[in-house]
Write a protein that binds this ligand. Structure first.
Ligand code: ADP
Length: 436
């Protein structure tokens, strides 16, 4: 085993002490001889220590001093440790440089924020897309530079699962997608993408649907008018009665699809929240019940349960349309011997409107997709009942504009429950109820 020079040092020291003792004995002062040798040995060690300390204090790239015994070993160990540290440092620096170079070259923008939302770092794409300027913007809070209200709201919230789309303040026609990804101890990464092309295509799609449905409305009205007249004309060949009846049914279906498309386009074209005019939900429920009972075929029991007289603050026509879509669906998909219950209640979370039926129900795999446009569990059955497949998409949009959520519970063959949950701010609670 390497003794690290201790053995030779102690042997040399023992020899020097022996010589010191002999010389001391010759002169009759043995302890003076030993003490002189010890003093010289101590002085030498102090000298070595001083040289090592000087070398450590100086730049360590300087050549290490040649030292004998344990001091040489100590220096060799320090040099080894220093080289290892240097090697790891270089490796980390290389890695960091690579990382910076790769993120800088990324087509997406990246901004790193600390928990106070102050900018720690951003790449070139982020600087170009968000108009950040070199080092002067480091340390600033991101809301001071990206001021779009949608982003500020998104940043202050905690729902970062989906990105927010904002209009760029650099290029007016540019649309940006900003997604926050939390990491580490409260730090945030903001991913920035230019989605101008997608936004333009989406706008074109919306415009196309809105224009096409508007254009289709007039010819359809004319066709439906003529079909009505022909159906009532006694001189028309009775053999044509069947086909005429079918043509009227199909024209009615087309009219309802076009109306739903126009309504959806109208809802989509407005980004702002719905205004708040008080809606008497209890009266609306009574009217919806009457509408169901007026259908040629309807479930035997249509119950209304109003546990609150709170008014709902929203857009009357839209709320009427959403609630009637839910009630009509319940009536359409529930057999005549079934029942439908319409309920309105409030609690500390807000107001809730639900429609429960004992109808055909929906298999669980379809539930997440029901609010997609034209999604139908059974297209044949939906068509037979005059459904357009747009009803629940309208409901979803209306609720979004009122800050509300739609929840669906259903079991195939057992029935379904559709609940609209409105926030408290959308309620106007009567004084009597509020006190209770
Ligand atoms: P539709 O006009 O076809 O009824 P919706 O968007 O209103 O379109 O509904 C989408 C689909 O959801 C329907 O086709 C139907 O399959 C299913 N659905 C909606 N409400 C109910 C319900 N109360 N019971 C059973 N199925 C329902």
């Amino acid at each position: 085993m390497n003794s690290g020079g201790w053995l030779s040092l102690s042997m040399r020291l023992s020899a020097a002490l022996a010589i010191g003792l002999v010389v001391g004995l010759i002169f009759g002062v043995p302890w003076a001889g030993v003490a002189t040798v010890l003093a010289i040995a101590l002085g030498l060690q102090l000298l070595h220590l001083l040289r090592v300390l000087r070398w450590l204090q100086a730049d360590q790239t300087e050549l290490a001093p040649e030292q004998p015994g344990p001091w040489g070993h100590l220096i060799a160990m320090i040099v080894r440790l220093y080289r290892r540290k240097q090697f790891h440092k270089q490796r980390l620096l290389r890695l960091l440089r690579e990382l910076r170079r790769s993120t800088a070259a990324m087509p997406d923008g990246v901004v790193v924020l600390n928990p106070q939302a102050e900018i720690l770092w951003f790449n070139r794409t982020a600087a170009r897309l968000l108009g950040f300027r070199g080092k002067t913007d480091f340390g600033l809070r991101i809301e001071n530079l990206v001021r779009q209200p949608e982003f500020v709201r998104y940043l202050r919230g905690s729902q970062y699962a989906t990105p927010v789309i904002v209009r760029s303040s650099v290029g007016t026609e540019q649309h940006l997608s900003l997604q926050i990804v939390p990491y580490g101890a409260g730090q945030l990464l903001v991913l920035v993408r230019d989605v101008t092309r997608e936004a333009r295509l989406e706008a074109m799609r919306k415009d196309f649907v809105a224009n096409a449905s508007h254009e289709l409305r007039s010819p359809l009205t004319v066709i439906s008018g003529y079909l009505e007249t022909l159906a009532q004309d006694t001189e028309v060949d009775p053999a044509l009665a069947g086909p005429l009846q079918e043509m009227r049914r199909q024209a009615q279906r087309m009219t309802s699809i076009v109306q739903d498309l126009i309504e959806l386009s109208r809802l989509e074209s407005s980004d702002s929240d719905a205004v708040g005019q008080p809606i008497d939900v209890v009266a609306l429920m009574a009217q919806l019940r009457q509408d169901v009972l007026a259908r040629p075929q309807h479930p035997a029991q249509v119950l209304v349960r109003a546990d609150s007289h709170a008014m709902l603050l929203g857009e009357d026509i839209q709320i009427h349309s959403a609630f009637s879509n839910l009630v009509e669906n319940a009536a359409k998909y529930t057999p005549p011997n079934g029942s439908v219950q319409i309920r309105w209640w409030t609690d500390d979370r807000g107001g809730h409107f639900s429609v429960t039926d004992t109808g055909i129900g929906i298999a669980s795999e379809h539930i997440p997709r029901l609010t997609e446009r034209f999604y139908r569990v059974d297209a044949g059955r939906s068509r037979a009942t005059g459904g357009s497949g747009l009803g629940l998409a309208i409901v979803k949009h209306v609720l979004q504009r009122h800050g509300a959520q739609l929840s669906i519970e259903s079991e195939e063959g057992q029935g379904s429950k559709f609940t609209c949950d409105f926030p408290r701010e959308r309620l106007q609670i009567p004084v009597k109820e509020a006190v209770v």
